[in-house]
Design a protein around this ligand. Structure first.
Ligand code: ADP
Length: 561
């Protein structure tokens, strides 16, 4: 970026030099041509001026094109790292507004490649024009300085008066957009229960705040922008009037009146452009600040060692976990071990921390203390990109992405159709997908053909099983399944066991427990009991141990058939 910016500065130097062409031409025409009445001189001067102005035009074009390239380069460098930073930041602190980071990169790029930056590049040439004005007449020099200072003062006042309002307006705008998105995501609930009006009021409140702050800033800015316009016209009159006065007193020539007017006009032009583009500058500054805090929150993506494909041996030792950005502990010193190739079922009452444990096992939520080892390596030692293909994860709330069924199953990686079909067959959803309108090419997700809850869950199971992962973590994979789907799931679990895949499964159904090697019963964020299936099943089905209904931490889990 720096070489590009310095070449923009160099171009700006020559462009600003070319600004002297018109005033010098004026001076020569008035002072030489008119007095000598020489047509030859006029033609020669006009040809020279035209060539110089043509070069000016070409330089302007080149500068604009360099800035466009700079914009593309900036985007190439920033967009990807920002995308990854947004992802990491959201994992560290779940907050949808962090996605604003991508729009912030756009705001910065727009400012850096638009008239805003050009104005800032031209401002340093102000003293050069002032010097030229002094050469014409010292009074012109002083007019340029005082005029420049007043315009700069007006810009500064504008900044001080509108900064707070514009920042608040921008924050409220992001909040309103976020709220509207959340409302529309749940459109069906709003429709069914007539909640639209009530929720519209909550959106409208934030939207009004945005408009209020915006109006407040615009009101203040309009006074200053009008004052600047008035001052600009007034200054023009002062320059011409001063020229007339100096000419009457024979201190300057008639040509210098026009030349002075052009020169001071050029000196003040970048100042005025700065006033005009101040809002873009403020937006870029806010975007820059937000991006800095986004990158702080995201932390660095330390490059880690590439480790071999894990066999799937899990060891969890005294882990304490809270949700990201929160201090309240959900898991309290939980420990268990699962040898590679075995299947563990986690059961327990709602709120026991089963989903939290599933998230921790796949590295989505960090642990506060304790250790979680896969094949003896701490999970944090694995590079996520390396480890990802060896992990299969089916979360409770299944989200599929916009794309075809095949792309969703293959995790959007380039893959052979055969691999996709293997995963779908393993998950028992091959026939179901064949029956879709366009089979594996059916578009799902945003605007695509909708799948039923059970179908989504089965496609997501195929995604989890794609590429023969070593460790598969399934969080209530049967919550939306019919009996056929459940049978397919049990078959898939048996296949996984036959392949030697380590499986961790959160469930409430006793039918699934029959396939498990081990069962872990969780209560209140800790292990109540953990051991071989038959032993634990024996405990759970003994009437003395099975509690009647509602569970509370400290009570054993209840398993339903
Ligand atoms: P289970 O899966 O056993 O029903 P969870 O792991 O979902 O239990 O939740 C355990 C506890 O963690 C609950 O008390 C819940 O309030 C809390 N919890 C779950 N998810 C979050 C979250 N994203 N942020 C804060 N707390 C959470």
């Amino acid at each position: 970026m720096l070489p590009i910016l310095s070449s923009v500065m160099v171009f700006s130097f020559f462009i600003n030099l070319a600004m002297f062409v018109s005033p010098l031409y004026m001076l020569q025409v008035y002072d030489r041509v008119l007095s000598s009445r020489s047509e030859g001189t006029l033609i020669a001067l006009t040809v020279i001026a035209s060539v110089l102005l043509l070069s000016y035009g070409l330089l302007e074009m080149a500068r604009a094109r360099i800035l466009v390239r700079a914009g593309i380069l900036f985007d190439e460098k920033m967009a990807r790292v920002t995308f990854e930073a947004v992802h990491r930041a959201i994992l560290n602190k779940p907050d949808a507004s962090l996605a604003q980071g991508l729009r912030d990169v756009d705001s910065l790029r727009e400012f850096m490649t638009g008239p805003g930056l050009i104005a800032f590049c031209d401002v340093p040439w102000f003293p050069v024009f002032v010097f030229g004005s002094f050469l014409l007449h010292p009074l012109y020099g002083w007019i340029a300085i005082v005029g420049g200072l007043i315009i700069f003062g007006l810009t500064l006042t504008n900044e001080l008066l509108t900064k707070h309002g514009l920042t608040e307006a921008s924050i409220a705008n992001v909040r309103a957009a976020q709220r509207a998105n959340a409302i529309f995501r749940n459109a069906e609930v709003l429709q069914a229960m007539g909640m639209l009006d009530a929720l519209q009021i909550t959106w409208s409140g934030v939207h009004q705040q945005h408009l209020g702050w915006q109006a407040n800033a615009s009101d203040r800015a309009s006074v200053l922008i009008s004052a600047t316009k008035f001052f600009r016209l007034f200054l023009q009159t002062v320059i011409l009037g001063t020229g007339g006065y100096l000419c009457i007193n024979n201190e300057i020539s008639a040509g210098a009146i026009i030349a002075g007017s052009i020169l001071i006009g050029r000196a003040l032009q970048p100042m005025e452009m700065m006033v005009g583009n101040w809002r873009g500058f403020v937006a870029a500054r806010v975007a820059y600040k937000r991006l800095t805090s986004l990158f702080d929150l995201a932390g660095t993506n330390a490059s880690r060692m590439s480790l071999p494909r894990p066999a799937g041996d899990l060891k969890v030792d005294g882990i304490f976990v809270s949700s990201p950005g929160n201090q309240t502990l959900i898991l309290h010193g939980l420990s268990f071990a699962l040898p590679a190739g075995e299947m563990l079922c986690i059961v327990g009452p709602s709120g026991a921390g089963k989903t939290t444990l599933a998230r921790v096992l796949v590295g989505v939520w960090p642990i506060k203390s304790g250790s979680l080892r896969l094949d003896g390596y701490d999970l944090s030692q694995w590079d996520v990109r390396d480890l990802g293909p060896h992990i299969g994860y089916l979360p409770q709330d299944v989200e599929l992405f916009s794309g075809s069924v095949a792309q969703n199953i293959s995790r959007f990686q380039p893959a052979e159709s055969a691999q996709v079909i293997v995963a779908a067959k393993l998950a028992g959803c091959h026939e179901m997908i064949q029956l879709l309108q366009e089979g594996y090419n059916t578009q799902i997700g945003d605007g695509g053909q909708a799948l039923s809850g059970g179908q989504r869950q089965r496609v997501a199971l195929a995604r989890a099983l794609f590429g023969s992962p070593s460790l598969v973590v399934l969080d209530e994979p049967n919550s939306n399944l019919d009996s056929a789907g459940e049978e397919a799931l049990i078959h898939a679990l048996q296949e996984l066991k036959a392949h030697g895949t380590t499986v961790v499964l959160v469930t409430h159904k006793i039918s699934i427990l029959a396939t498990a090697d081990r069962i872990l019963v969780m209560v209140g964020g800790t292990v109540q009991t953990c051991g071989p299936r038959d032993e634990i099943l024996g405990q759970l089905t003994t009437p003395k141990v099975v509690p009647p209904a509602n569970q509370s931490p400290g009570n054993p889990a209840r398993v339903t058939a």
